[in-house]
Design a protein around this ligand. Structure first.
Ligand code: ADP
Ligand code: ZN
Length: 220
């Protein structure tokens, strides 16, 4: 099964995607994490990627497509994937359609998590991630507090704020979303693949609730 997670930066697609991945036992791939790992490894590709991510801009299509397809060709992806953060442009979406087609696969559903820009900003500036590369657990100072301040519940490492989660970069990422990635909602709607979930941060609906709702829908 191939599931696409759509939504603004910080809409919760990563958290929900990971939960779905555990429930459905299919791998979760975040393009953002994939790219950040290249940045950590340094080298020329890493440097190039960093120059885009740090400004809140998209990695160019050609490079993004190449790296994600390379990842999708690995054996752990053969039963399907939950793709989070890719595609982000129409060109990427078309490339992915072609890629899956070639491998006799197709997208089953595109899930969109809808949240207002104000809610997004409120949420992202409170987001913290575990600094341990092997863990990378995500927290929120209001909605998903660590038991001990600034320490990861899972592994005890220090929590940090992602450099691109600072307010100015968040605003640029939202702008990029509206200019480019928003069009994907229409793209998948036209293919009759869209499943949209409307959210607001004060509704009390948790990521677990959202993941369950999507699973129920998939069963039908
Ligand atoms: P979020 O969804 O919270 O913005 P991600 O971790 O998905 O965070 O992405 C972080 C950054 O990685 C993006 O701002 C962008 O620079 C880059 N990126 C991730 N996915 C893509 C993609 N499909 N195409 C181009 N750039 C991407
Ligand atoms: Zn951790």
């Amino acid at each position: 099964m191939y599931i696409i997670m759509l939504g603004k930066p910080g809409s919760g697609k990563g958290t929900v995607g990971k939960m779905l991945s555990e429930e459905l036992e299919i791998i979760h791939i975040s393009s953002g994490e994939l790219f950040r790992n290249y940045v950590k490894k340094a080298g020329k590709i890493g440097e190039e990627i960093e120059s885009y991510i740090s400004k809140g801009n998209l990695v160019p299509d050609e490079l993004a497509i190449k790296l994600v397809e390379k990842r999708l060709e690995e054996p752990d992806c053969k039963n399907g994937v939950i793709l989070d953060g890719f595609p982000r442009t129409i060109l990427q979406a078309k490339a992915l359609d072609d890629f899956l087609n070639k491998h006799n696969n197709k997208i089953n559903i595109a899930v969109e998590l809808e949240l207002s820009d104000k809610d997004i900003i409120d949420r992202i500036v409170k987001r913290r991630v575990c600094s341990n590369n092997e863990c990378r657990e995500v927290y929120n100072l209001e909605f998903k507090k660590p038991k001990q301040e600034e320490i990861c519940d899972k592994c005890g490492s220090k929590l940090i704020q992602r450099e691109d989660d600072k307010i100015e970069t968040v605003k640029q990422r939202l702008k990029t979303y509206h200019e480019t990635s928003e069009k994907l909602v229409e793209y998948y709607k036209n293919k009759d693949l869209l499943y949209a979930v409307k959210l607001n941060i004060h509704s009390g609906k948790t990521s677990e609730d959202v993941a369950k709702e999507i699973e129920e829908y998939l069963k039908k």
